[in-house]
Design a protein around this ligand. Structure first.
Ligand SMILES: Cc1ncc(C[n+]2csc(CCOP(=O)(O)OP(=O)(O)O)c2C)c(N)n1
Length: 623
C-alpha cells in the first residue's frame, strides 16, 4: 500500500510505507516525476501548464493513475489541493509553471502553512543555466516561499526527482503537516535519468517526536485531577492527528468542559453536553469565559492564537497551562506552559487516558460540580442568537442555519472569510471530524469555492457546500467553470449582503459608521416595487454582477432566494441537484453583525454578547 492508497475521510496525514520496488528504467526527468507521483499514491493534481512545466504535462497525459484537473487560476489549484487534503486526510497536490504561475500559488501556500495543511506544490523553473539571469518567466519561488513552506526544494538534476518527491510527501504529511514546494528546472524535466522505486531518502535532522514524555503526562494527569476549573482547549492538531476518538474518551473520563477552535470544529461533537462552544473573537460567551476563568487549560494541538487569547497579557490569568503539540516551537510561544508536552495528539491523548484513569483508581478524581454550575449559567444566559428582520427579508444567520439543518448526513462545509464564515462556524452544527474547512490562520478571501472543489474531487460521494460572501465569491468564482467541466458538482451559497460585511461591521463599530469602500452594490437607493436589478426586496442598490446569470454562464445552475418564506424550498432544490454545480444567491440584510465579539486588541473579559450587551460575570471566580 502506498502512503495515499487507503481512502478515509478522516483528515489524518498518513505515514509513509514503501511501494513495491520497481526495477531501474531509463526515462526523462518528466516521466520520472509522473512515475514518482504515481508511486506515492497521488490520484489528483490541480494545475495549469506553461512553458517551464510543459515537459511534465506530456507524460501526465498518459497516466492512468493521476487525474489532472485544469483550473482557471493557480490560486484555485492551491486551495483545491488544501480542500482535497482536508477532506481526505491525504496530501493535496497542485502544479504550476514558473514565474507568474508559481507566484499565483503564493497565497494558497501561505494559507496552507498557517493552517498546517499537507500539500505539495510542484512548479516548473527556467532551465538551470538560466537561473539568476532574469530569464523569461523566472521567479525565485524557493526564495519567495521560504517563510511560508515547511520546506522547499530546487531540482536541477533529473536524478534527484524521485527521492525529492518521496521526501516532499513525507515532510508534508508527517510531524506538523504543512506545504512543501518542489521547483524543477526545465532541463531537469527534459534530460534523461534512471528511475527506480523506492528511492533512498536523505533527510538528516528531520525526526518529528510523536511519543510524549511519560513524566509530563503524569504531571498533566495530576493537574487535571487536582483542578477545580479545567478546560480542554482543542485545536486543529487533534483533527490532523486523527485523535477525536481518544479526545472523547478522555473528556468523558474526566467530565471536564471542551472548547473546539475555529480550526477544530467537528473534533468533538457540538451536541455533546460537555461541549461549551467555540472560543475566540466571535466565540461563544461560555467558551471564552470558561478559558478566561479556568484554573487549568489543557491545550491540545492548539497555538494560543491572538484571535483566541484576545489581549494576551490578560488571557486566563488564573490558569495553569498544559500544552501538548507536535511542534515544539509552538510550546510557550505565546503563553508559557507549566507542563510542556511534545508529541502527536493521538499518542498524548491515549497516554493521558491511562494516566488519568490510574489517578482515579488511586482515589484522585477532580470534582467540577461547582464549575459546571457556572458554565451552565453562562451557556444558558448567553446562547448564540440573531434577530430576524421584520420586513420578511432574510437574516444571513438564518440562511446558514437552515443550510446546516437541511444538509444531507455527512455534508462537508467550506467557508470563505468574513461574517458568513463566523456564522457558518456558529450556526451549523458539526458532529463529525473532517466536515468543516476554512481559512483560519491566514483568513484568505476566495478560499471557499476552490477548497470546496478540492474537497468534492477527493470525496465525490459527499455533498459539499461552500458558504461564501459576495466579496469572497468575486475573488475565485471562476473555478466553478472548472467544477462544471470536470464533473465536480459543488453547491455554493453566496450570502449576498452587497458589502464587504466584516469590514463594514468594524466600520460600523469602530469608525463611526463611515463606510469607506465596503459597498459592493451600485449604491443606488432602492425604489420599493422596482424590478430594476436584483435585491428588490431588501436593502439598497443593484447587486452587480447578477450571480444567477454568472452561474448560468459558467455552466452551473443559478438560483436566488430573497425571502424567508422561500428559504427551505430553495435549499432543498439546490440539495436535489447533483449533476452540476449550483450557486444560490441569497439576498440578505446588509446590517447584520456577528456577535458575540471580543474587539481586536482587547481582553476576553470585555466580550460583548451583542451590541451594548456586556455579560455580567460574578467575580467570585477571580480569586
Ligand atoms: C484576500 C483578502 N483580502 C482582504 C481581506 C480583508 N477582509 C476580511 S473579511 C472581508 C470582507 C469579506 O466580504 P464578503 O466576502 O462579502 O463576506 P461578508 O463579511 O460580507 O460575509 C475583507 C475585505 C481578506 N481577509 N482577504
Amino acid at each position: 500500500m502506498t502512503e495515499q492508497a487507503s481512502g478515509s475521510h478522516h483528515p489524518q496525514p498518513r505515514a509513509r510505507t514503501a511501494a513495491p520496488a520497481a526495477p531501474a528504467e531509463r526515462m526523462t526527468g518528466a516521466q520520472a516525476l509522473i512515475r514518482s507521483l504515481e508511486a506515492v499514491g497521488v490520484d489528483t493534481v490541480f494545475g495549469i501548464p506553461g512553458g517551464a512545466i510543459l515537459p511534465a504535462y506530456d507524460p501526465l497525459m498518459d497516466s492512468s493513475k493521476v487525474r489532472h484537473v485544469l483550473v482557471r487560476h493557480e490560486q484555485g489549484a492551491g486551495h483545491a489541493a488544501t480542500g482535497y487534503a482536508q477532506a481526505t486526510g491525504r496530501v493535496g497536490v497542485c502544479m504550476a509553471t514558473s514565474g507568474p504561475g508559481a507566484t499565483n500559488l503564493v497565497t494558497p501556500i501561505a494559507d496552507a502553512h498557517m493552517d498546517s495543511v499537507p500539500i505539495v506544490a510542484i512548479t516548473g523553473q527556467v532551465a538551470s543555466k538560466s537561473i539568476g539571469t532574469d530569464a523569461f518567466q523566472e521567479a525565485d519561488i524557493c526564495g519567495i516561499t521560504m517563510p511560508i513552506t515547511k520546506h522547499n526544494f530546487l531540482i536541477t538534476n533529473p536524478d534527484d526527482i524521485p527521492h525529492t518527491i518521496a521526501e516532499a510527501f513525507h515532510i508534508a504529511a508527517t510531524g506538523r503537516p504543512g506545504p512543501v514546494l518542489v521547483d524543477i528546472a526545465k532541463d531537469a524535466l527534459q534530460n534523461q535519468t534512471t528511475f527506480s522505486w523506492p528511492p533512498q531518502q536523505d533527510l538528516p535532522g528531520y525526526r518529528p517526536v510523536t511519543k510524549p514524555h511519560a513524566k509530563q503526562i503524569r504531571e498533566a494527569a495530576r493537574l487535571i485531577n487536582e483542578a477545580r476549573r479545567p478546560v480542554f482547549y482543542v485545536g486543529g492538531g487533534v483533527l490532523k492527528a486523527g485523535a477525536t476518538g481518544e479526545l472523547k474518551i478522555l473528556a468523558e473520563l474526566t467530565g471536564a468542559p471542551v472548547t473546539t477552535t475555529l480550526m477544530a470544529l467537528g473534533a468533538f461533537p457540538d451536541s455533546h453536553p460537555q461541549h461549551v462552544g467555540m472560543p475566540g473573537m466571535h466565540g461563544d460567551v461560555s467558551a471564552v469565559t470558561a478559558l478566561q476563568k479556568s484554573d487549568l487549560i489543557v491545550a491540545l494541538g492548539a497555538r494560543f492564537d491572538d484571535r483566541v487569547t484576545g489581549r494576551l497579557d490578560t488571557f486566563a490569568p488564573h490558569a495553569k497551562i498544559v500544552h501538548a503539540d507536535i511542534d515544539p516551537a509552538e510550546i510557550s510561544k505565546n503563553r508559557v506552559a507549566d507542563v510542556p508536552i511534545v508529541g502527536d495528539a493521538r499518542e498524548v491523548l491515549a497516554d493521558l487516558i491511562v494516566a488519568v484513569q490510574a489517578d482515579h483508581d488511586a482515589g484522585h478524581k477532580g470534582d467540577y460540580t461547582e464549575w459546571w454550575n457556572h458554565l451552565n449559567f453562562w451557556r444558558n444566559t448567553y446562547p448564540l442568537g440573531y434577530d430576524v428582520p421584520e420586513d420578511g427579508s432574510l437574516a444571513p444567520q438564518q440562511v446558514i442555519e437552515r443550510i446546516g439543518k437541511l444538509a444531507p448526513e455527512g455534508t462537508l462545509f467550506a467557508a470563505g472569510v468574513g461574517q458568513h464564515q463566523m456564522w457558518a462556524a456558529q450556526f451549523i452544527k458539526y458532529e463529525q471530524p473532517g466536515t468543516w474547512f476554512n481559512s483560519g490562520g491566514a483568513g484568505t478571501m476566495g478560499y471557499a469555492v476552490p477548497a470546496a472543489m478540492g474537497a468534492k474531487a477527493g470525496r465525490p460521494d459527499a455533498t459539499v457546500w461552500a458558504i461564501d460572501g459576495d466579496g469572497c465569491f468575486q475573488m475565485t468564482n471562476q473555478e466553478l467553470v472548472t467544477c462544471a467541466l470536470n464533473n465536480i458538482p459543488i453547491k455554493v451559497a453566496v450570502i449576498n449582503n452587497g458589502a464587504l460585511g466584516m469590514v463594514r461591521q468594524w466600520q460600523n463599530l469602530f469608525y463611526g459608521e463611515r463606510f469607506s469602500n465596503t459597498v459592493l452594490h451600485d449604491g443606488a437607493e432602492h425604489v420599493p416595487g422596482s424590478t430594476q436589478g436584483v435585491g428588490s426586496i431588501t436593502n439598497r442598490g443593484t447587486r452587480v454582477p447578477d450571480f444567477v446569470k454568472l452561474a448560468d454562464a459558467m455552466g452551473c445552475v443559478g438560483l436566488r432566494c430573497e425571502s424567508a418564506d422561500d428559504l427551505d424550498k430553495v435549499i432543498e432544490e439546490a440539495n436535489a441537484i447533483n449533476d452540476r454545480p449550483v450557486v444560490v444567491d441569497f439576498i440578505v440584510h446588509e446590517d447584520a453583525m456577528v456577535w458575540p465579539m471580543v474587539a481586536a486588541g482587547t481582553s476576553n473579559d470585555e466580550i460583548m454578547a451583542a451590541r451594548d450587551v456586556r455579560p455580567d460575570f460574578s467575580d467570585d471566580l477571580d480569586d
